[in-house]
Design a protein around this ligand. Structure first.
Ligand code: MTE
Ligand code: MO
Length: 214
């Protein structure tokens, strides 16, 4: 079993190149700001709010998410500080399902993903609706562990890790871009690892939502 997994990781290393400036790390390090929240099912919900088509917000308890459609996505996870952990098999609700269930107003251009303790990250609508973006409940066939985001984590595999918030609690529809937690603290607004968009000083005029003073 362990050797099978090892073989799978090596195959993935060989077939998927790393983005520029990234280094492969073995295993799956834990990296985030602040404490790991405890899951209290009776107090937990997922909320979609902001500029919805009908102006109403919608919430689900954790159990209410189970009947929604699910997908599996295999991808690497690229931290903007350099390490890439490879071959994660995520399972969860495709982000497009959220858009189908709660249609956004026509003016919506971005979303803010909100996590426990006020962590947030902003995404262009096209990055949120990308086919590989999902609200993950499971990793490699097991429920997420607490330190990797249990019970629910947004995973946006084609962007740096700070765009994949653990302990997801809400999606806010935005009619104009607004910077999230790391985006306000010097990290790139778009975060495409293949373009090495790590820091806000690298932003071009069309990357939007400029930090204060620019
Ligand atoms: N809620 C929350 N989610 C977060 C973070 C955080 O600080 N808080 N850090 C992000 C960053 S910078 C990275 S690289 C990944 C790391 O995920 P991992 O610990 O599962 O490897 O989580 C992301 N999601
Ligand atoms: Mo990161």
């Amino acid at each position: 079993m362990a050797s099978d997994r090892q073989g799978a990781v090596e195959a993935a290393d060989a077939s998927r190149p790393l983005p520029p400036g990234q280094r492969h790390v073995h295993g799956w390090p834990v990296s985030h700001y602040g404490p790991v929240p405890r899951f209290r099912p009776e107090r937990w919900n997922l909320r979609v709010h902001g500029a919805t088509a009908d102006g109403a917000e919608r919430t689900w308890t954790f159990d209410e998410l189970a009947p929604l459609s699910h997908v599996t996505v295999v991808a690497d996870l690229h931290c903007a500080s350099g390490p890439t952990s490879t071959d994660h098999e995520w399972y969860g609700i495709p982000a497009t399902a959220v858009l189908d269930l709660v249609p956004p107003a026509p003016e919506v251009t971005h979303v803010m993903a909100w996590a426990e303790y006020g962590y947030s990250t902003n995404l262009r609508l096209a990055d949120f609706t990308a086919s590989q973006t999902l609200l993950a409940t499971h990793h490699n066939g097991e429920p997420l562990t607490a330190e990797h985001g249990f019970p629910l984590r947004l995973v946006v595999p084609h962007l740096y890790g700070y765009k994949s918030p653990k302990w997801l609690r809400a999606i806010e529809y935005l009619t104009e871009d607004r910077r999230g937690f790391w985006e306000e603290r010097g990290y790139h607004n778009i975060a495409d690892p293949w373009k090495e968009q790590r820091y806000s000083y690298q932003e071009q005029d069309d990357d939007g939502a400029h930090p204060p003073g620019r």
